[in-house]
Ligand binder design. Structure first.
Ligand SMILES: [Zn+2]
Length: 436
């Protein structure tokens, strides 16, 4: 049945930036069919949005959702100490564990207004167990939307690398008919992926017509090791020399991107997912965000995993992005609220090659939208809605969430996931893996 989201204040993006208008939104199947005032409701389900903002669902452009198991587990540690501690837990995880911990992350994202995420499952040394397996299975069953990658590392001819590559490809085949799932290749990082493996993944991406996502220039240690091992270049220049930027590429972090790196990524059409909270928490620093925006790079926003954030809440991440790049550069004009909101919506869509389909409320776009309660103190007075979303909102204002035309949260109640069961299962996994 068609749905009409009635009487809401709709957030639109035009040539002059963001604006709001009192409009109705007609949803037919999984698409937005019309955005106009006074849409007739005969024969339609009506979603009353009076007193609410109707806006595009947020897109989390970089995360490892299964890492909810690491929430508040490895804190206040330097980057490589942290990595070592979380990887030991990952080694004990099964595909079933990843399924439940991903569902937990999806609950958290729905409750805080995210409708799509770009995932990298690093852990997965076991055979893909079936259609319920791991992150893709959790996305499929919950009605959510995601772009999934397997984080691949090593040399191309090692037994484990061959097995994991095969697993990634089989997963793409298994879920190829799922419209809400998109796949990317995910070479983990230049320090964990040897050149031959990077080339193999780039070749595979080209053959399959898919993009890639990778961590680059995240820590000072990475900059030093790549410079030492690869002839003095930066991680960004190194992977470009291996052909990685000749296919669509979404790069996470870029904290240490140089001016030359920024020019290179702009020239090659690379998208960057900033993760300001993770970068601060792991003591890595602040990406040159405004320089990237000025260079015309498509800058997106990600939470990274809950092991280094420690939430998957993009409202909290928008708040951080709106503040820290000003503080780090001592320039209050830098990375303004309108840009931050674009990072978490349209820019994320563009990074996935889904411009016009995701991250916007427009006729013909996929019906991924959220309703925000404006009748809360942090939105009163409503002097500037965009500023409110970035500087005042917490994510708790999210009232209703629609993904692919289906209501996944109705006035705060989840419709596709048994929350109590998920909490119970994840607590059991934690007893086994993080509570010894
Ligand atoms: Zn990451």
């Amino acid at each position: 049945m068609k749905k009409v989201v009635k009487n809401g204040l709709v957030l639109l993006l035009g040539e002059d930036g963001w604006r709001t208008e009192k409009l109705d939104v007609l949803i037919d199947g999984n698409r937005i069919a019309r955005v106009a005032p006074g849409i007739p409701t005969d024969g339609c389900d009506v979603i009353d949005a009076a007193g609410k903002l109707v806006m595009p669902g947020l897109i989390n452009a970089h995360t490892h959702v299964y890492m909810t198991i690491h929430r508040n587990y490895a804190d206040d540690l330097a980057f490589f100490e942290w990595l070592d501690k979380v990887q030991k837990v990952e080694d004990g995880m099964t595909e079933e564990d990843i399924y439940w911990t991903t569902l937990l992350g999806i609950i958290e994202m729905i409750r805080s207004g995210t409708t799509c995420f770009v995932d990298m499952t690093i852990k997965s040394a076991q055979e893909t167990s079936g259609p319920r397996s791991a992150a893709a299975g959790a996305v499929k069953e919950s009605g959510f939307r995601a772009a999934i990658s397997r984080g691949l590392a090593g040399v191309s001819d090692s037994e484990e690398s061959i097995m994991k590559f095969g697993q990634a490809v089989r997963e793409m085949e298994m879920f190829k008919d799922e419209e809400r799932l998109q796949f990317l290749h995910g070479p983990h990082a230049p320090y964990s992926c040897m050149p031959d493996y990077l080339r193999k993944l780039t070749q595979s991406s080209r053959e399959r017509g898919i993009g890639q996502t990778i961590h680059l220039s995240e820590s000072r240690g990475e900059m030093e090791s790549i410079a030492a091992d690869r002839g003095g270049v930066t991680p960004i220049q190194y992977v470009d020399s291996e052909g990685e930027f000749d296919i669509p590429c979404l790069v996470a972090h870029c904290v240490y991107a140089t001016d030359e790196d920024i020019a290179l990524m702009a020239r090659k059409g690379v998208s960057v997912a900033l993760c300001p909270k993770s970068n601060m928490k792991l003591g890595n620093g602040f990406a040159p965000a405004q320089k990237m925006l000025d260079a015309g790079i498509n800058v997106c926003l990600g939470t990274d995993g809950a092991g280094s954030n420690n939430t998957l809440n993009l409202f909290s991440e928008m708040n951080a992005a709106g503040l820290v790049y000003k503080g780090a550069t001592r320039q209050a004009q830098n990375v303004d609220a309108g840009d931050v909101l674009k990072m978490a919506t349209v820019n994320g869509a563009k990074a996935l090659g889904r411009e016009g389909e995701l991250g916007v409320i427009a006729e013909g776009a996929l019906a991924d939208l959220i309703l925000i309660d404006l009748n809360v103190p942090q939105f009163i007075p409503a002097n500037n809605i965009v500023s409110g979303l970035v500087y005042s909102a917490t994510g708790s204002e999210v009232d209703t969430v629609i993904v692919d035309g289906k209501v996944l949260m109705d006035h705060g109640k989840l419709t596709t996931i048994d929350e109590d069961r998920v909490y119970e299962e994840v607590r059991k996994i934690a007893e086994r893996l993080t509570k010894q």
